[in-house]
Design a protein around this ligand. Structure first.
Ligand SMILES: [Zn+2]
Ligand SMILES: [Zn+2]
Length: 269
């Protein structure tokens, strides 16, 4: 067993839903003995006629500037990567491609946070047709996978996290054919998935994806897996990474993946 430990999904106050500083994140990561962290601020895509309040002109430049300044000031031994979490990159693939060309990312997460411009956290799961929403979600995620503008897909079975907040279950079965189509697409493209531990601290008592989905991914031949907390506060950096690693061992996955300049490197678990 190696002592390599990395958190590959972290947000700071650059993202609209966090107030955390880079200094706070770096310090927390060091205290928890991590070897490496990947900063993955949000960038959300919308239909072209939609004007976003947060992700407008200068957002990416501001992110890069703040990131590079914080890293330049940092004196510790952590390896710190420059990443991004794309939400709904399928909404505007040309813009996504431009951003990928303009910035030297180490790692890109592909996520689906919104259906019809509404964040999945905002739906009333007691009222809506949950299965219909799940179907839309899986279709959007497939489009994101197919477009290939990412390195790993983020929090695969995300709707369960928000349904659970309202006391409801909305799991995706490992045997779901729509899910299998997504996983096969990821594998075919040489991309990967993340294990996102946020569910462990948000009432789910499991990560995203579930252990069953991770097993399915491994059974289909999937080998590229990153592990991230999805921390929006320093206190959550490195949270439950061991749980994610135990999922990997159970699924027979022996390597954890990290990225430099968007190239995967496999490190023995
Ligand atoms: Zn996300
Ligand atoms: Zn995130």
């Amino acid at each position: 067993m190696s002592d390599f430990s990395a958190d590959y999904h972290i947000h700071s106050s650059v993202s609209p839903d966090s107030k955390e500083s880079y200094e706070g994140i770096f310090q927390a990561a060091e205290e928890r003995g991590l070897s490496e962290i990947m900063i993955t601020e949000h960038y959300e895509f919308f239909p072209r006629d939609y004007h976003s309040r947060f992700f407008g002109e200068g957002y990416m430049e501001d992110y890069e500037k703040r990131f590079r300044e914080a890293v330049a000031k940092y004196r510790g031994s952590l390896r710190i990567g420059f990443g991004i979490e794309f939400g709904q990159s399928n909404e505007d693939p040309e813009k996504a491609e431009k951003i990928l060309e303009a910035f030297d990312f180490d790692y890109v997460i592909g996520s689906c946070h919104k259906i019809d411009n509404i964040d999945l956290s905002q739906y009333d799961y007691k009222i809506i047709d949950k299965e219909a929403l799940l179907d839309r979600y899986l279709k959007e995620l497939y489009r994101i996978a197919e477009a290939g503008l990412y390195d790993c897909l983020g929090h695969l079975d995300l709707p369960k996290r928000y349904a659970k907040r309202q006391g409801l279950e909305l799991a995706i079965s490992p045997e779901d054919e729509r899910l299998e189509r997504i996983l096969r697409c990821v594998i075919r493209q040489g991309k990967g998935i993340e294990i996102n531990t946020s569910g462990m601290r948000q009432g789910l008592s499991e990560c995203l994806p579930s252990p069953g989905i991770l097993k399915k991914y491994a059974a289909l031949g999937g080998r590229i897996v990153t592990v991230g907390s999805d921390a929006h506060r320093a206190v959550d950096v490195a949270a439950d990474l061991e749980t994610a690693k135990s999922y990997m061992r159970t699924a027979g996955l022996e390597y954890i993946t990290c990225y430099r300049n968007r190239k995967p490197e496999m490190i023995m678990l």
